[in-house]
Design a protein around this ligand. Structure first.
Ligand code: AMP
Length: 192
C-alpha cells in the first residue's frame, strides 16, 4: 500500500502518517525528517537544507527526487510507504510517476488533508505560546509559516489538480480532531 499525504505545512501529515504506520505496518517517508537528519549530521546537504528550511523555501527538485528514489528502493519499503512532504512541486510529482513506473510500484491513494491558512496560523501561535523555545523546530514560527504557506499555494497546491484529473485525489477535512481525521483517512483506504 503506497500513499501520498498532501496538504499545507502544519496540516497534520506527519501525525496521520504515524497513525498509518502503526495500523498498517508501512513506513513513513518524511522528506522533512530526512533533511532534519542531514542538518543534525552536519553534512554538506544538511548545511544547504538548514538555510533553505529556515527561509521557508524548497530544496531543489533533483536533490529531493534522488533522496526519495534511493529511499523507496530500500527493503523496508516493500510492504508499503506513506509519502509525507513529497512530492512538493509538479516536477517532483512527474518524477515520482516515472520512478514508480520504473520500479513497478503502484500508487494506491493520494489524500489531501485540507486546512485553511487562518487555522494554521492560529495553531502555530498556540504552539509558540505553549512550547519552550529549545523544543521548537527552527522553522516553527508564524513568520516562516507565512512564507511556507505562500510557497505551498504557489508550488505545491498545483499538484492537487494533477492527481484530481486522474481521479486519484481524495480530500479530508483536516480541521477536525486528530482522531476524526484518522477515521476518515482509514475509511478512504478501506474503500480502496
Ligand atoms: P516538512 O517537515 O515536510 O514541513 O519540511 C520542512 C522543510 O524541508 C520544508 O519547508 C522544505 O524547506 C524542506 N522540504 C521537505 N520536503 C521537501 C520537498 N519534497 N521538496 C523541497 N523541499 C522540501
Amino acid at each position: 500500500m503506497n500513499i501520498i499525504l498532501l496538504g499545507p505545512p502544519g496540516a497534520g501529515k506527519g501525525t496521520q502518517a504515524k497513525v498509518l504506520v502503526d495500523k498498517y505496518g508501512v513506513v513513513q517517508l518524511s522528506t522533512g525528517d530526512m533533511l532534519r537528519a542531514a542538518v543534525a549530521s552536519g553534512s554538506e546537504l544538511g548545511k544547504e537544507a538548514k538555510a533553505v528550511m529556515d527561509a521557508g523555501k524548497l530544496m531543489p527538485d533533483n536533490i529531493m527526487v534522488e533522496i526519495i528514489s534511493a529511499r523507496i528502493a530500500e527493503p523496508d519499503c516493500a510492504n508499503g510507504f506513506i509519502l509525507d512532504g513529497f512530492p512538493r512541486t509538479t516536477a517532483q510529482a512527474d518524477a515520482l510517476d516515472k520512478m514508480l513506473e520504473e520500479k513497478g510500484l503502484p500508487l494506491d491513494q493520494v489524500i489531501e488533508i485540507a486546512v485553511n491558512d487562518a487555522v494554521l496560523i492560529d495553531r502555530i501561535n498556540s504552539r509558540v505560546a505553549e512550547t519552550p523555545e529549545a523544543e521548537r523546530r527552527d522553522d516553527d514560527n508564524a513568520e516562516t509559516l507565512k512564507r511556507r504557506l505562500d510557497v505551498y499555494h504557489e508550488q505545491t497546491a498545483p499538484i492537487l489538480p494533477y492527481y484530481d484529473s486522474r481521479g486519484m485525489l481524495k480530500k479530508v477535512d483536516g480541521m477536525q480532531a486528530i482522531d476524526e481525521v484518522s477515521i476518515q483517512i482509514e475509511a478512504i483506504i478501506s474503500a480502496g
